[in-house]
Write a protein that binds this ligand. Sequence first.
Ligand SMILES: Cc1cc2nc3c(=O)[nH]c(=O)nc-3n(C[C@H](O)[C@H](O)[C@H](O)COP(=O)(O)OP(=O)(O)OC[C@H]3O[C@@H](n4cnc5c(N)ncnc54)[C@H](O)[C@@H]3O)c2cc1C
Length: 472
Amino acid sequence: MNKLSIFWFRRDLRIEDNHGLFEALSQSEKVIPVFIFDTDILSHLPSKKDRRVQLIWDALSEMKEVLKTQHQTKLLILHGKPTELIPSLAKSTGAEAVFINTDYEPATILRDQTVEKELAKSGIQFHSFKDHVIFHRNEITKEDGKPYVVFTPYSRSWKKKLTTEQTQHFNSESLLHKLTFPEETRSFNLISDLKQIGFESADVSISGTRTQGLNFLSDFSGRIQKYGDLRDFPSKKGVSYLSPYLRFGMIGIRECVRMAKSGSSVGSEKWLGELIWRDFYSQILWHFPHAVKESFNPVYKNLVFPNDEKKFKAWCDGKTGFPIVDAAMRQLNQTGWMHNRLRMVAASFLVKDLHIDWRWGEQYFADILIDFDLTSNNGGWQWAASTGCDAQPYFRIFNPELQSERFDPDGTFIKKYIPELKNVPAKFIHCPSMMSESDQLLYKCKIGDNYPEPVVNHKEAKVFALELFKKR
Ligand SMILES: Cc1cc2nc3c(=O)[nH]c(=O)nc-3n(C[C@H](O)[C@H](O)[C@H](O)COP(=O)(O)OP(=O)(O)OC[C@H]3O[C@@H](n4cnc5c(N)ncnc54)[C@H](O)[C@@H]3O)c2cc1C
């Protein structure tokens, strides 16, 4: 039993059912809970009003309040480099061990190794636990021990291997009295306001608190049986909207899997499948870190994209003249979130219609998504670009107009984000440039004036994309 340990919160911003925290409390007499706003991460954020920082702040504020009112202790919030602050905090408080939940992204693996080495110099232990995923590293492999790169057999194996052990509830309630805030921590610059780290409150339609995450979870549990039928329609309330909470850990993956397993509907089985995609992409980047920067499939490593900057800007701004793509991009810009069907359509459009390197789009999503997760974002982009594992074959190219007709038949979603098209009837909403001059007058939408002409001709763009992939 350690006399004093540190639990370092990262992407697991909850007290309940937190594996690493539970282990820290079980194996120590006292535990200092700490979160660090990592300057190496913050310095790369494109805006000082970053929505992710706001969500993290919401979660921390609620945790702080719970610790203060229910457990008469504090959460230490710091700002700086964890590679310096964690060893420094451990040494100055005399902590014997640092506990974390494992992170699987190449950059964070490196950071954690640096912290571990630094701590080891002073004889301080470093313990890491699985919390962010159900199965990690080599836990699910093919019979020959190699990683799966195709989803369906991975998923089958995942389901076969799942027992109650992986979804167990780590209940720390009776141990929380061990949380402490020793005198020595007062020499650290504690953060009590976003301004102290150079950020401002950001406009987010949701709160990042666990309470709000639990509300989403509970709301979704009443709709989960319809998930399979509604999940592809962006104007319908079909999905869970839990991704930001899963990203930062206000809601844990085990809670979600327990919920999915407690139902027996087609919807709950389908939703479980999506949670498995999350594990799948996490293990892919862990096994194949080259995919962070390069095409997963080496065959497409040297694709040459024309990368027209004007077209890229039109895509970013939601002004391509393709309503479903534009509405999707405006949803992203306005809310920081985009529906999964639309992520697939917008990503495919960028690569296969505008012929822009998937990494440009991946970075744009990374800058804005409130649920940005390197593994899922990279996996999703490489899927759409046909460069990934188990990806969309390069010759299967989404037709944006048909996707629009199928998944937003009456244009409800499009009109929500493109008010210029609000009077346009369903027969033109998927392709407003088909309107005659008199239709444009009638529906108060002049193409090229109120709403842009299509930036490309889909049929021609498709031919070009096929050539580009064939040439590689
Ligand atoms: C180009 C592209 C980029 C993406 N970028 C991200 C990202 O940065 N972060 C992210 O969390 N998801 C990403 N996804 C996956 C998916 O779009 C989102 O997880 C989903 O839209 C989140 O909404 P939800 O929570 O309502 O999902 P639900 O449909 O309710 O699914 C529940 C959970 O399952 C997981 N999940 C669902 N679909 C996928 C998937 N295809 N891959 C991996 N996990 C999945 C998510 O954690 C999600 O919260 C991306 C997909 C594409 C095509």
